[in-house]
Structure formats: structure tokens, C-alpha cells
Write a protein that binds this ligand. Sequence first.
Ligand code: AMP
Length: 114
Amino acid sequence: MVSKTIFQKIIEKEIPSEFIYEDDLCIVINDINPQAPLHLLIIPKKPLPKLSDAEEKDLNLLGHLMLIAGNMSRKFNVEDAFNIVINNGEKAGQTVFHLHIHFLAGNKKLNLPK
Ligand code: AMP
């Protein structure tokens, strides 16, 4: 059996974490190691390991995550300037194999997550 990722444990509340937002499809939390003054992680509840594993049936979910990014930008009053990043694959810097969107704001220059 494949062991649960840290994000799956957070979603299932096995590990405590403050949810900035939650709905049926996703959660939003603060990144534990922020790379910008505001660094959120938008995480689908469905445990897709990475973006390249998404299929046609995930269309609604992927669109939903983008809408939540827009909602977060308004919630934190950064709708004029934010970056979203998805690391896909180990060689691209992905460390947690549960799809997530980095939402970064507050820096003039984007500081990409390592
Ligand atoms: P990535 O390298 O794209 O897979 O991003 C994983 C991100 O998860 C990193 O930015 C980590 O700082 C973040 N992270 C790891 N563990 C936690 C945690 N327990 N709570 C919040 N963020 C975490």
C-alpha cells in the first residue's frame, strides 16, 4: 500500500493544520516554509499525485482550483499581483506527491519554491 502524503494526512485531520478555506473539493493552508509574504497552498482533496496525472474527468476540479486562487486573491487583497506555481515531478522541484498550487503574493519579484 502506498503511504499517505503529508497533505492527505492534513486533509484527513490526522495532522493538525489551520484551514484558511475548505470546500467539498479542496483545502487552502499556509505553506510551512513560505517563499513570499503570502504563500498559500491550494490542495485538492482528491489525491492526484501530480498535474500530469490529471484526466478529462478532472476538468471541473482543475477549474475549481483556479477559481479558488482568484477567490484567495480577493480575500487577501492581492488581486492585482500574485503568482501561481505548480511543480510537476521531482526534477521540477516537487517534493509532495499530491497535486497542489502554490499561491504567492507580496513580492515584486517571484521567488520560486525550491
Ligand atoms: P512542492 O515542493 O511543490 O511539492 O511543495 C511542497 C510544499 O509543501 C513546500 O513548499 C513545503 O514547504 C510545503 N509543506 C510541507 N509540509 C507542509 C505542512 N505540514 N504544512 C504546510 N506546508 C507544508
